[in-house]
Design a protein around this ligand. Structure first.
Ligand SMILES: [Zn+2]
Ligand SMILES: [Zn+2]
Length: 356
């Protein structure tokens, strides 16, 4: 009894062999020979045309561009085919319009598949998008290339050597801790501080943020167009300026008839304590720069505690031996200890003891 295809009803013949109960046309319709495991994606270096395949870069060398692109497409597509029946593939790159390889946004590829055990052929056109990423070799050899620059500056004048060392050792620690291996940073001393060039603007951005949070810095970002990628996208270079603000932890400042001391930096924000009311406030460096304040550090003097009563105590200036009577502060005190205080607007304001 002749076998009929349950899908199209045609009988089996030498021209129409059956596979798994169906005629080959219906079988290959259900299990196409040209089916990719996932969408293809080509990665090419915008400088040297090297392409990346399974994590390594293939340099073009002397190969002609046509042959080279053909190799790339084969390397990309080969592992993506997973036919149910063994097949061979032929690929042809379609040049719709002549264009230099460096302008490639995508490749259109005609694929012809032949089933190995049957006389059956399928044809399809696959589009392979192309992205530009600088290859390892170009990254290493092109000292001049960088995506971002981090400029570390003082608020005025030059970065102090303490600030410079603190920042550099912080960056070093962060990079050592990160799992990725990094090429050595290009650090250049400049008039106002230091400049560091980065191959990755993402890394530069994350370091600028981390530095700002750690040291309470002001961050400025600007970007400059430097060219175009092979895909026609504008390429830009980012500029991060992190600046030490004109105040630091320990400073005493006056603002709107209140006296504050900067007690610390938490997540990039400055913690301040109102010296007289003991209330705490938090300012971002930008907010603090924006308000009107006066630095009173040079009015801080040392005083010795000469007597302590229940509600009051006496202090003597170490500077001119004047004696002051004051209400008991909100922290423990003992005769013979010294305290720092600021004489300001005809009153003496006691600084809270160090919070260390
Ligand atoms: Zn059929
Ligand atoms: Zn390259």
């Amino acid at each position: 009894m002749p076998q009929n295809c349950p899908k199209c009803g045609r009988p089996a013949s030498s021209q129409l062999p059956f596979i798994e109960g169906f005629c080959q046309d219906c079988f290959f319709d259900k299990h196409p020979l040209i089916k990719l495991r996932h969408a293809p994606q080509a990665t090419m270096c915008p400088r040297c045309d090297a392409y990346r395949v399974s994590g390594r870069w293939v340099q073009r060398g002397d190969t002609s561009i046509d042959e080279y692109l053909f190799n790339m497409v084969c390397d990309l597509l080969d592992p993506l085919f997973a036919p149910k029946m063994p097949a061979t593939y032929e690929v042809h790159i379609l040049h719709e319009q002549e264009q230099p390889a460096t302008r490639l946004k995508q490749l259109r590829v005609k694929v012809i598949a032949d089933a190995e055990q049957f006389t059956f052929q399928q044809e399809d056109i696959i589009t392979v998008p192309v992205t530009s990423i600088l290859c390892e070799q170009c990254k290493r050899t092109s000292g001049g290339y960088f995506e971002a620059i981090l400029q570390i500056r003082a608020s005025t004048g030059k970065l102090s050597s303490y600030q410079e060392e603190a920042v550099l050792s912080f960056i070093d620690e962060r990079l050592t801790a990160s799992a990725q291996s990094q090429p050595p940073l290009k650090i250049t001393p400049t008039r106002g501080g230091i400049d560091i060039k980065f191959l990755s603007s993402r890394l530069c951005r994350s370091l600028a943020k981390a530095l700002a949070a750690k040291f309470g810095l002001l961050v400025g970002v600007s970007s400059k167009v430097t060219g175009r990628t092979r895909t026609g996208k504008t390429q830009s270079r980012e500029n991060f300026v992190v600046r030490f603000p004109p105040f630091q932890v320990g400073d005493v400042i006056a603002h709107e008839d209140q006296l504050y001391q900067i007690t610390g930096i938490h997540n990039g924000r400055y913690a301040l304590i109102d010296i007289e009311s003991n209330q705490r406030r938090v300012f971002s460096p930008k907010e603090l720069v924006g308000i009107d304040w006066e630095l009173l550090n040079d009015r801080i003097h040392e005083f010795m505690i000469i007597s302590v009563a229940r509600d009051s105590f006496q202090l003597m200036s170490q500077h001119d031996y004047t004696i002051y009577d004051l209400p008991h502060p909100p922290f423990p005190i003992a005769v013979g200890n010294t305290l720092s205080a600021v004489k300001w607007n005809d009153r003496l304001c006691i600084l809270p003891p160090d919070e260390t």
